[in-house]
Design a protein around this ligand. Structure first.
Ligand SMILES: [Zn+2]
Ligand SMILES: [Zn+2]
Length: 139
């Protein structure tokens, strides 16, 4: 998987590396793995489905790939003789965060919901649909 680290992903790693909360390298390593997995869970990915013939009803799915071009390049390089399609895999983290909220860039600092939930009064970035106490989206 080829991915370019994003600002918010670098920050979660830096927060752990610069922290004094961890007693030893094992604890820090566990925290880093969990934090990186959580950060990558917020990304959209790409999948590749392959099958040997167009009339074959079953796709063999592969993924995730960090970009559609990575998915296509992999298929072009290793998928000779198969039928292949790419598909976008929307972020599982955003699906959950849409309902539960998330402390993450693009989400309200007050109530943790997505900006699209802050349209109750007709203005974008206004009151949150889910949280009566949140009157305005806070970046
Ligand atoms: Zn809010
Ligand atoms: Zn809210």
């Amino acid at each position: 998987m080829r991915l370019t680290p994003r600002k918010e992903e670098i920050q979660v790693v830096k927060d752990i590396l610069e922290s004094d909360e961890y007693a030893n390298a094992d604890q820090m390593a566990k925290a880093l793995i969990k934090a990186v997995a959580d950060a990558l869970w917020m990304r959209d990915w790409y999948g590749v489905g392959t099958k040997f013939r167009e009339d074959d009803p079953f796709w063999l799915p592969y993924g995730p790939f960090a970009s559609e071009s990575e998915a296509l390049q992999t298929v072009n390089k290793y998928g000779s003789g198969v039928v292949a399609r790419t598909t976008k895999l929307y972020s599982p983290g955003r699906l959950v965060a849409f309902h539960e909220g998330k402390d993450w860039p693009g989400y309200c600092r007050t109530c943790k919901h997505d900006a699209t939930w802050h349209m109750q009064d007709g203005s974008s970035r206004g009151k949150c649909v889910s949280c009566p106490a949140c009157k305005k989206f806070k970046k």
